[in-house]
Write a protein that binds this ligand. Structure first.
Ligand SMILES: NC(=O)c1ccc[n+]([C@@H]2O[C@H](COP(=O)([O-])OP(=O)(O)OC[C@H]3O[C@@H](n4cnc5c(N)ncnc54)[C@H](O)[C@@H]3O)[C@@H](O)[C@H]2O)c1
Length: 348
């Protein structure tokens, strides 16, 4: 990895492309961290740029994203633009010699991810995708709980990511919302699904599914469900992990108790002769909610990006991780087109 940084030794100069809903959070974080500064922001919409100019007066703004790529002072760019732009912009950014943090999903096909991965390697630049939940203290705590076996053998995981809107024009609801859940599943289980089935409905826009359910099967035997919707009255961000020892509920909306662990379960008796003798042993134990020290996940993610640029270490959410998520989404598209049958992800 080329460690030479432009201009000052210590401060990394960042350019942010796209300052709609999510981009300003990147600007705020890179402006707040002690070892980075946002030099330039690009957006097609002048109103968004005026808004940013008021919030961050020292940042320069442009409607032409190529100005950011051509700016020799900028070390790294953040792409917070619509998904359909990710591949072209990430490719151009790498070719311009910039490190790249691209929002999720990294691209719209596995072929594009392979091309970006090779280009980043060739240019010796960090390429990272914004799988923010891998930097979330609650998700990290759950991974530890799962990996240390506190829940026992995992039977299944069910996840819901629902709200009213925001309707996207270039992708369906799975490509918009499920990258978070797919990346969380891979992170918790340390494995990728072997096959995926998806069903959905385009209720508002005839071409684009706004509600969809994905079923994922893992080689270890774990079954997972992801329910996504832009057409739900209540914002829900929940996951339930059911193990043979304990059960865990993760509610990301809850301010105080994001994780609840239930000492509940069911055991079948070792011996029985007739069905009449057969009795399940239900266990209704206590519920605990572990204390989680919270830090803004995006801030942790931004810091990790800066650290990777400095050290040359591969990011936790690098292109390989981003590619696994894209492959699952591609398989879900194939399944949707084939009436919901299971499609192999060919990731082992
Ligand atoms: N990691 C997370 O938790 C998280 C949360 C929300 C959104 N996102 C991701 O962030 C990205 C942006 O989402 P959003 O909700 O902010 O979308 P948005 O539509 O609110 O903002 C996108 C912005 O990009 C600008 N833009 C589009 N094409 C451009 C171009 N060629 N040059 C310059 N600017 C251009 C638009 O004008 C708009 O202001 C998406 O990839 C989304 O998946 C991630």
């Amino acid at each position: 990895m080329n460690r030479s940084l432009s201009q000052s030794e210590n401060i990394l100069k960042i350019g942010v492309i796209g300052c709609g809903y999510w981009g300003p959070n990147h600007i705020r974080n890179f402006e707040t961290l002690p070892d980075s500064r946002v030099l330039q922001v690009a957006d097609l919409d002048p109103k968004r740029l005026s808004h940013i100019q008021v919030l961050f007066p020292r940042v320069t703004c442009t409607q032409r994203y190529k100005d950011v790529l051509e700016n020799p002072e900028i070390d790294a760019v953040v792409l917070a633009t619509p998904v359909s732009t990710h591949f072209d912009m990430a490719r151009e950014s790498l070719l311009a010699g910039k490190h790249v943090l691209v929002e999720k999903p990294i691209a719209t096909s596995s072929r594009e991810v392979t091309e970006l991965t090779e280009l980043a390697r060739e240019k010796q630049k960090i390429l990272m995708v914004g799988h923010t939940f891998l930097y979330h203290s609650a998700v990290r705590a759950i991974r530890k709980i799962v990996q240390e076996g506190h829940l026992g053998k995992i039977h299944y995981i069910s996840m819901q990511r629902l709200n009213l809107g925001l309707f996207q024009k270039d992708i369906n609801v799975l490509w918009d919302l499920a990258p978070h859940d797919i990346s969380i599943l891979q992170y918790l289980l340390d494995e990728s699904p072997i096959e995926v089935a998806a069903q959905g409905k385009a209720s508002v826009n005839p071409e684009i599914e706004d509600v969809a359910m994905m079923t994922l099967r893992f080689a270890s035997g774990v079954l997972a469900y992801i329910h996504t919707s832009w057409l739900d009255p209540k914002k829900t961000r929940q996951a339930t992990i059911v193990g043979n020892k304990k059960m865990l509920v993760y509610n990301d909306i809850s301010a105080a108790e994001k994780i609840e662990i239930y000492d509940k379960g069911v055991e079948t008796p070792p011996h029985y002769d007739t069905f009449a003798e057969f009795q399940y042993a239900y266990r209704y134990g206590e519920k605990v909610s572990p204390y989680i020290e919270e830090e803004e996940p995006l801030k942790v993610q931004c810091r990790h990006f800066l650290d990777c640029i400095r050290t040359g270490d591969p990011p936790l959410s690098g292109p390989q991780n981003g590619g696994l998520v894209v492959r699952v989404l591609e398989a879900s598209d194939e399944s949707l087109a084939q009436g919901g049958r299971f499609v192999p992800t060919q990731i082992h």
